[in-house]
Design a protein around this ligand. Structure first.
Ligand code: HEM
Length: 156
């Protein structure tokens, strides 16, 4: 298998999660946009910075529009950017389990600074965990793009 071959996670797409549908009402648009902004600020200093084209304002806007929609708020993403088709939109980016876990850690770290109910945070992270698993599209990390840090190709 070539490292650029698309990989399909065996579990398939996660089921719709009703536990996150009330979070827009509880957290509000301002907090959700701030969370996304903080998340992207962590991404900028993370090991997967190389994956992002660098228009951070646009990235933040799209990500927040999508989350607001998923968390039960207005359908901004559909209105502005069209049908979600998230797995397809991520094919351009080589996402293996390694990139997924760094991405997830940035959300977890950003979320912990917010004064939200613990149970709601768990529901949100559970949703992100399932959804991000479905975004995985490569079996192996693109090792050549990691120039520093402790990421090395496996021996042999
Ligand atoms: C599994 C780890 C993930 C990685 C490494 C990743 C990476 C990326 C990258 C590199 C972009 C392009 C950003 C840009 O154009 O500036 C992007 C776009 C986006 N991602 Fe992810 N993503 C992941 C998971 C997710 C998940 C779980 C969600 C939803 C909960 C999500 C939602 C989005 C949205 C809404 C966009 C904008 C798509 C568009 O309209 O162009 N991503 N992602």
């Amino acid at each position: 298998m070539d490292s650029n071959d698309i990989y399909t996670p065996p579990g398939g797409p996660p089921p719709t999660n009703p536990n996150v549908k009330h979070l827009f009402e509880k957290w509000g648009e301002t907090n959700i946009r701030q969370l996304v902004s903080d998340f992207y600020d962590l991404i900028k200093t993370s090991e997967i910075r190389w994956m992002f084209p660098g228009d951070w304002d646009l990235a933040k806007e799209k990500q927040a529009d999508f989350l607001i929609q998923v968390l039960g708020g207005p359908g901004y993403y559909l209105e502005k950017w069209g049908p979600a088709r998230m797995r397809m939109r991520h094919f351009a980016f080589p996402i293996s389990e390694k990139e997924r876990s760094i991405w997830f850690q940035c959300y977890d770290d950003a979320l912990q600074t917010f004064d939200f109910d613990h149970e709601d945070k768990i529901d949100f992270l559970y949703f992100l965990d399932g959804f991000s698993g479905w975004m995985v599209n490569r079996k192996e990390p693109p090792w050549e793009l990691y120039s520093k840090g402790d990421a090395h190709p496996p021996e042999g």
